[in-house]
Design a protein around this ligand. Structure first.
Ligand code: HPA
Ligand code: ZN
Length: 334
């Protein structure tokens, strides 16, 4: 392994943009389908992998929602989350902030209690046994209306002690952030942090709306900010975090080739970007794989890698004392 890839392994890391349902590996999908008697349109693992050929976000989302249909019981959600956390341990991800999509499950008749207890039991076990800290971010599906999002926020009220913030995901084009102003205001009143996917496929205007209407603490993706110099200036001045997902960008055709990935340019402009996997089971790379792809394609250097990792800690919602302890560890490696 190259020195830089060893450095990536050695560094404690965060992950701030991971959809837990997007960590459902084909093998687990088939096992859960068998366990739960759910029929899938795939004969075997190769058939699943061969189907993961996407031209845009919606191509992926269609399979992502089909894939999550195998998740039925509390144990399923526990197993899914635990498998992701074991990957974190292997790759030295010490803190993760995990998205989940309640409406992807409640729409299929699964109770809030089922996925909350399943996910949280795995997070608690990881804290105790693996030393990995975590936060949960509940995402609203933007292809559904705001009324549905408000009902979801209300259903989450018994679990708010386990939910750090709310997010906005699913089909971006045609579903601008401003449509969700009221539910984000209600979430803010409840003391929840706010993040939103914006500028993955949507125009810079969607990023302005996430900032001005949803008053977000972070932008998820944000690639298309680069088309608007005024917006870049504002994001730099406020050090607004951008949770960038390189391998996702490649697999969803946001970029044509990893050598065109804008992350190095983002750092050069002073943007607060960090590296994340988004939906690792669908895009073929967890955190380390994303760093490796950037190192191979962009010839990223040591200083840039350290900056990306530091940005992840700085942008996280983790407790200040642990954040500072990790930052000290990383600075010692400088
Ligand atoms: N974008 C929007 N919605 C999503 C994604 C994504 O990359 N992954 C899972 N839901
Ligand atoms: Zn995402």
């Amino acid at each position: 392994m190259s020195d830089l890839k060893q450095l990536v392994q050695q560094l404690p890391k965060t992950e701030l943009h991971i959809h837990i349902e997007g960590s459902l590996e084909p093998s687990m999908m088939l096992d859960l389908a068998a366990r739960n008697n759910v029929s899938l349109p795939y004969a075997d693992i190769d058939a699943v992998s061969n189907a993961y050929n996407f031209n845009c976000l919606q191509d992926f989302l269609d399979l992502y929602y089909k894939g999550m249909s195998v998740l039925l019981t509390q144990q399923d959600f526990h197993d899914l989350t635990w498998a992701y956390l074991l990957r974190c341990k292997q790759q030295n991800v010490v803190h993760c902030e995990i998205f989940f999509d309640p409406q992807g499950h409640t729409e299929r008749g699964i109770d809030f209690a089922t996925f909350m207890h399943g996910i949280c039991s795995a997070l608690d076990k990881a804290r105790a046994e693996l030393g990995i800290s975590s936060k949960l971010i509940m995402c609203f599906l933007r292809h559904l209306d705001e009324e549905n999002a408000i009902a979801t926020l209300n259903a989450a009220k018994p679990y708010l002690d386990r939910i750090e913030g709310v997010g906005l995901d699913s089909s971006e084009l045609g579903h601008p952030p401003a449509l969700f102003g009221e539910v984000f205001r209600q979430a803010a009143k409840l003391g929840l942090k706010r993040v939103a996917h914006a500028g993955e496929e949507g125009p810079p205007g969607y990023i302005y709306e996430a900032l001005d209407v949803l008053e977000v603490d972070r932008i998820d993706h944000g690639n298309r900010a680069l088309e608007d110099p005024e917006l870049v200036k504002r994001l730099v001045a406020t050090q607004m975090p951008l949770t960038v997902c390189p391998q996702s960008n490649l697999r969803l055709a946001v970029i044509d080739d990893m050598s065109e990935h804008p992350i190095r340019k983002m750092l050069a402009l002073g943007l607060n970007a960090c590296v994340n996997s988004d939906d690792p089971a669908y895009f073929g790379a967890y955190i380390s794989g994303n760093f490796h792809a950037l190192i191979d394609a962009l010839d990223l250097n040591r200083k840039e890698i350290l900056q990306l990792v530091i940005n992840g800690f700085e942008s996280s919602f983790m407790e200040e004392s642990s954040k500072n302890a990790y930052l000290e560890q990383i600075n010692a490696l400088h």
